[in-house]
Structures are given as C-alpha cells and as structure tokens.
Design a protein around this ligand. Structure first.
Ligand code: RB5
Length: 148
C-alpha cells in the first residue's frame, strides 16, 4: 500500500506522528507538507493529494488540518474520493468496513497525537467488507459518473 500524507499549518504535529506510525508499520508513504508554521490554505494541500489518490498514484491518503473539516470538504470534491473525517476508532473502523474510504481526515485542534495515531492505525489496517456496502458506494460512483 502507498499512502500520501499532508497537512496545513494546523496539523503539522499529528502529521509527524502519522509519519512515525507509517514507518513503524513499514507502509510506504510520501509526505507532501506543509513545511512551514506560517498560515497556508488547506485546499492547496487537500486537492492535489486527493487527485493523486483518485488517479491511483497512491492507494490512500491522510489529511490533517485544525478541525479536519476543511481538508475533508476539499478532498470530497474530487471524483472517486471518499474522505472520512474521524476522531474516534469506531468511526475509523466502520468507514473502512462499510464506506471503503480512501482518505482519512483528522483535526489537530480536536484530538491529541495519541488518539490520532490509534485512529490512523485502525483505518490503515481495516479492509473493506464489500457485499451490500459495495452496492452502496457503487451508487455514489454512479452519481459521480452522471453528474460530475
Ligand atoms: C486554519 O486556521 C484552519 O481553518 C484549518 O486548519 C482548518 O481547521 C479548516 O477547516
């Protein structure tokens, strides 16, 4: 699995924690920044990363901002992206089992690095269940193909 990670200035600490986790899990990843502590715009990080996941260049993505909301709204504008904003392990598990989410968003001003790590680990290691859930995400893809 190849994972792309990025954050704005509001998510640097958790992004670094996720990078450590990916190293420990021996999962290949590329860190797309941001590198600075000055204010940047989350769509400038979310949209290119989401396109890389939608194109298949990366299998999954993880995006961090202050709340996770700006990142998730932006990423979900890209066709083929199912970005889940999760701040608890239950949601992280079920969004993989039921929604086959391909991007995880989290907010550094909402949760601490310890919980973010657990959320990310469960999200990275849980497989999609398929079956009736595949029909449901198929309906989202059908809509995208017709209207986007
Ligand atoms: C940046 O101040 C903040 O708005 C951003 O990190 C994020 O929370 C937006 O949704």
């Amino acid at each position: 699995m190849r994972v792309a990670i990025a954050s704005d200035h509001g998510g640097i600490q958790i992004r670094q924690e996720i990078a450590k986790l990916l190293d420990e899990l021996k999962i290949e990843y590329v860190d797309f920044g941001c590198d600075c502590e000055t204010s940047v715009d989350y769509p400038d990080y979310a949209l290119p990363l989401a396109e890389k996941v939608a194109s298949g260049e990366f299998d999954r993505g993880i995006l961090i901002c202050g709340t996770g909301i700006g990142m998730s709204i932006s990423a979900n504008k890209v066709k083929g992206i199912r970005c889940a904003l999760c701040h608890d392990t239950f949601s992280a598990k079920y969004t993989r089992l039921h929604n086959d989410s391909n991007i995880l968003a989290m907010g550094e001003r909402v949760i601490g690095p310890g919980l973010a790590r657990e959320v990310a680990e469960i999200w990275l290691t849980t497989e999609f269940e398929g079956g009736r859930h595949a029909n449901r995400i198929g309906k989202i893809a059908e809509y995208e193909n017709k209207h986007l």
